[in-house]
Design a protein around this ligand. Structure first.
Ligand code: NAD
Ligand code: USQ
Length: 387
């Protein structure tokens, strides 16, 4: 299949592009390299040395014999160029990773709040609009987030995959409806993902665009069977207070003996998935598109659920590093329970990669190799939800 990967230079997009190219698909990466630019502005770098795009692609050609093309497009700002790119390549599938994805960055200032909304909402609307205008009948697979549901779910039933059956009392008696699960975002970033959901529902209804929305948990790990083939293919590894996510941060902190930065009591419970499973789930989603005219298909792209303090304890027991309970910079529930329904990917054959000592050590090996480049001053999370 011909596949456009929007945001294919990023942490999830790059290994997905390699995985799909390796599986024989014709992959075109579309990216504006804004993630690299944000690193420049924040004065941080990926822990791993990420090669320039042309080096990445030449190295992939050398090790695999396969060609991945690259189009430099800002999909939020350059609508005509995006439209032309879609018309030129006529993809069967478009995978949409191209959004500002850090919750702390989105809460940093009025500039980053407005940038995140402008970028993410325009990006998604532009892709949908360009699909309608071009007449290209591509299946759009979007990377959404578990955070659209929020963390206020108290029932013992797991969070369903996107939709909820509700009973409504009417004068004629109770009627039943299926609705999008109520949105309860915890940051400006997560709010943009809830807006994406409404755009998908509208364009699917009005224009019969085929959409799959993947409500993904926190991705951990760094390498996949393809990124490991050559150092110039290595995936990015964010450890800073804005873009580093919790488990990768703890593993990196343990490797350099930095006390683990647990926000508050660490009672926050979140859903997780290893990067290798993330790319496999995307491939399964591509193989199972919705039909034209159907509402968006939603999968919960998660394999495990952990409480932050339990992850800290696990990493501490494994490495001997201390745990530091810090004031929480975020406005989030101090403690929450979480159960997630993920039966749809399991039914399609996903064999979950569960957290194991071996995998934790694999990440630590990557960290140890590059720990000389760590800037410890960038570890604290300094973006505050409320001033
Ligand atoms: P990332 O920041 O590493 O990658 C995003 C890529 O999109 C970058 O290469 C960036 O340059 C590009 N991009 C952003 N705006 C663009 C624009 N306007 N035009 C063109 N390119 C643009 O993020 P990631 O971790 O790879 O996440 C990818 C997607 O997956 C995001 O939408 C994110 O919300 C979602 N997601 C990520 C995680 C996670 O833990 N990393 C978890 C759940 C969901
Ligand atoms: N946390 C700590 N210590 C840290 C970092 C984080 O205790 O050093 C806590 C946070 O307060 C939060 C939890 O860990 O309660 C998760 O934080 P995170 O930064 O790992 O993840 P989050 O901000 O939720 O965002 C990440 C990705 C985002 C994706 C989301 C999936 O950056 O793109 O959408 O995970 S989910 O969380 O399921 O919504």
């Amino acid at each position: 299949m011909k596949i456009l990967v929007l945001g294919g230079d990023g942490f999830c997009g790059w290994p997905t592009s390699l995985h799909l190219s390796s599986a024989g698909h014709d992959v075109v990466i579309v990216d504006n390299l804004s993630r690299r630019q944000i690193d420049v502005l924040l004065e941080v770098e990926s822990l791993t040395p990420i090669a320039p795009m042309s080096t990445r692609l030449a190295t992939w050609k050398k090790v695999s014999g396969k060609t991945i093309k690259f189009e430099l497009v800002d999909i939020a700002q350059q609508y005509q160029l995006l439209l032309a790119t879609i018309k030129k390549h006529k993809p069967d599938v478009i995978i949409h990773f191209a959004e500002q994805r850090s919750a702390p960055y989105s809460m940093k200032s009025s500039y980053t709040k407005r940038y995140t909304v402008d970028n993410n909402v325009n990006a998604t609307n532009n892709v949908l609009c360009a699909l309608v205008e071009s007449g290209v009948d591509a299946h759009l697979v979007h990377l959404g987030t578990m955070g659209v549901y929020g963390y206020g779910w108290t029932g013992s039933a797991p969070i369903p995959e996107g939709y909820l059956e509700v009973g409504i009392n009417t004068p004629e008696g109770e009627i039943s409806r299926e609705i999008l699960h109520p949105a309860n975002p915890g940051s400006i970033y997560h709010m943009t993902k809830t807006l994406d959901q409404l755009m998908f529902a509208f364009y699917a209804k009005n224009d019969s665009i085929r959409v799959t929305d993947l409500h993904q948990g926190i991705v951990w790990g760094t390498q996949t069977p393809q990124t490991i083939l050559d150092e110039k293919l290595i995936n990015r590894f964010d450890y800073d207070g804005d873009y580093g996510t919790v488990l990768n941060r703890f593993l990196m902190q343990a490797a350099i003996g930095y006390p683990l930065t647990v926000h508050g009591t660490g009672g926050q419970t979140r859903a997780f998935i290893h990067i290798r499973d993330s790319v496999r789930c995307i491939e399964l989603a591509i193989k199972n598109p919705p039909k034209k005219g159907e509402k968006p298909t939603i999968f919960n792209q998660v394999t495990e659920v952990f409480r932050v303090r339990d992850l800290a304890k696990l990493v501490s027991e494994l490495t001997g590093v201390k745990i530091n309970n810090l004031p929480n910079p975020r406005n989030e529930a101090v403690e929450n329970e979480l159960k997630v329904d993920n039966h749809k990917f399991l039914a399609l054959g996903l064999k979950p990669t569960t957290l194991s000592q071996g995998l934790l050590e694999e990440v630590q090996d990557v960290v140890r190799k590059y720990m000389g480049t760590v800037d410890e001053s960038k570890i604290p999370a300094t973006s505050l939800w409320r001033k």
